[in-house]
Design a protein around this ligand. Structure first.
Ligand SMILES: [Zn+2]
Length: 313
């Protein structure tokens, strides 16, 4: 079942906040748009989910976050952008990356990315976006994001991400969770989490089981069951209180105007060369693969605009 929702919650002692999402529709959409191999679906799916949750955590309308994972492995780079409104988009430079599974059967996501850096760009309404960068921990995405929060934002969080595929390489279950410790967290809450987290069922298994019998139920009740089940082993004083259920899913906001900017970034000289050689151009959105066609007349107009920009006329 295609569910794209996120639920937030807080423990009854006010020690930590939790964000949990089910992203089956979003990761399947990314797989279809980018024709990803199973390994690339795991990689892009995890990055989309982690970025989406981070976007939701920004809360303020119009705020945006971009995570770029750039490594020396065969996948080369994954880039995802998410907004506080729950819209998420992303791409992997090499969607055809394929490596043997690890000895334990898990996909070699870290191997696909190799050694590299994670860059975060946070656009929070001020003039200059905030940029932070760390080296990969292992390129498995969740550990890298956890380290990013700790090193760059001085925030104690725990990030878990899970994607599960069926025999046809379609998405069976996809989900994520971020636990964020609050400033006045009690020692007993930290102890309880440290004890429970290793016992917690795998997220992708949990998503699979709560969505299996979801027909006829409201998304809110499914999301609440998802959250309650995940924290079943927590003691009473740290029971999770579910707060809001929101939409979080794939949304590319590209437009002809936006792609015009891409063409104009080439500069008047280069646009002139394209007009001369091909008389037209096709520009594809990196995120959703939509192709935008620019004919001669349109290119001439953009070339002129470039010149005007340059000479300020
Ligand atoms: Zn697009």
């Amino acid at each position: 079942m295609k569910i794209d929702k996120v639920i937030s919650g807080i423990d009854s002692s006010g020690s930590f906040r939790v964000y949990m999402c089910i992203s089956n529709g979003m990761v399947q959409k990314a797989h279809e748009l980018h024709d990803t191999t199973p390994l690339a679906t795991h990689l892009l799916g995890r990055a989309l989910i982690g970025t989406g949750l981070m976007g939701i955590m920004l809360r303020e309308p119009g705020f945006k976050v971009t995570f770029q994972f750039k490594g020396d492995g065969p996948a080369q780079q994954v880039l995802c952008t998410a907004g506080s409104d729950g819209s998420v988009k992303g791409y992997v430079v090499n969607p055809y990356v394929d490596l043997p599974a690890r000895a334990d059967g898990s996909p070699d996501v870290g191997g696909a990315l190799g050694i590299g850096t994670l860059t975060c760009i946070r656009d929070v309404g001020v003039k200059e976006p905030y940029v932070g960068r760390i080296d990969f921990v292992n390129g498995e995405i969740a550990d890298d994001l956890t380290a990013y929060f700790f090193i760059s934002e001085q925030q104690n969080t725990s990030v878990s991400l899970g994607v599960k595929l069926d025999e046809e390489a379609n998405v069976k279950a996809a989900g994520g969770m971020i636990i964020q410790m609050l400033p006045d967290a009690t020692d007993s809450a930290i102890e309880a989490l440290e004890k429970w987290l290793p016992e917690m069922p795998r997220l992708s298994d949990l998503v699979e089981s709560v969505t299996a019998n979801a027909v006829g139920r409201t998304p809110e009740s499914i999301m609440q069951e998802y959250m309650q089940t995940a924290f079943l082993g927590m003691p009473d004083e740290h029971k999770i209180i579910p707060l809001d259920t929101l939409d979080m899913g794939w949304n590319c906001d590209c437009s002809e105007e936006r792609l015009e900017q891409v063409v104009m970034s080439l500069g008047a000289k280069e646009i002139g060369a394209i007009i001369e050689e091909d008389g037209q151009a096709e520009v594809t959105c990196q995120f959703c693969r939509t192709a935008y066609h620019f004919d001669r007349e349109h290119l001439e107009r953009l070339r002129l605009e470039c010149l005007r920009d340059r000479f300020n006329v």
